[in-house]
Design a protein. Structure first.
Length: 245
């Protein structure tokens, strides 16, 4: 299983814990705010905002929360100013880790992220040390039980997808970032439900981890994911299925 989908599976299984902590809403609100600040408050004219709002709706975020976040981004309401940055490093076993951050305090963010890497058996590297190992792609993950491959390929490729592939119990639809919205909308229009849909960083190669290194990697990824300044974490680590449960 690919590093991306493995970590997604782990996150889905721990999602109930995250939801209780309110972490998911916090990250979604930050993404909506910065998307509105950078591209305007109209989702129809701002693809990044449209994607963020769709993700918020998928998590059943109240409409008022979304509207407030948009207004904070556009300046209609006073809000915190977030800065985007990325950090790169290595986890246990030399697995690549790419972190996207949205923070109102960059110094705090880098200190916290470095501390997490050091404490969990990894190390923060220079910018560019692992980014080349990932491709920015649209990614839609769909359970095999809800559609057949032929139907999905027809819908997805017609809408501009690059690839439809099998991964265990799911299909993965891969798109160029600029085609992601059109493909996601086509899949929705075909009444095919998906587990997740996002513009993400997909690893070009996989680093297989087992035993203690795999356990350490899961703990590193969870700690980064729980950090308030971290929006998204990507890895090329492949972790045994029995360790995901």
């Amino acid at each position: 299983m690919s590093g991306h989908s493995k970590w997604s599976t782990i996150k889905r299984k721990k999602g109930a814990i995250d939801a209780k902590r309110g972490k998911i809403f916090t990250k979604l609100i930050k993404e909506i705010t910065i998307a509105a600040r950078m591209g305007g408050g109209d989702p129809e004219a701002n693809p990044r905002l449209r994607t963020a709002v769709a993700a918020a709706k998928a998590e059943n975020m109240p409409k008022d929360n979304m509207e407030r976040a948009i207004k904070k981004g556009t300046g209609e309401l006073e809000g915190v100013s977030y800065e985007e940055s990325s950090y790169e490093g290595y986890g246990p076993g030399g697995a690549a880790v790419f972190v996207e951050s949205l923070s109102d305090n960059k110094n705090r963010a880098v200190a916290d992220i470095r501390h997490i890497f050091n404490k969990r058996g990894g190390n923060l590297g220079e910018n560019g040390c692992v980014a080349w190992m990932f491709d920015k792609k649209g990614y839609i993950n769909i359970e095999k039980s809800v559609t057949d491959e032929e139907t999905l390929m027809e819908v997805a490729l017609e809408a501009g997808a690059e690839d439809v592939r099998e991964d265990g119990e799911t299909f993965e639809v891969i798109t160029a970032p600029e085609d992601f919205e059109a493909v996601r909308e086509a899949i929705e229009a075909a009444s095919v439900p998906y587990l997740e849909a996002e513009v993400t960083m997909l690893p070009q190669t996989i680093t297989t981890l087992t035993g203690k290194e795999a356990e350490q990697m899961i703990r590193l990824m969870e700690a980064l994911d729980d950090c308030e300044d971290v929006q998204k974490v990507y890895t090329n680590a492949d972790i045994p299925d029995e360790m995901v449960g």
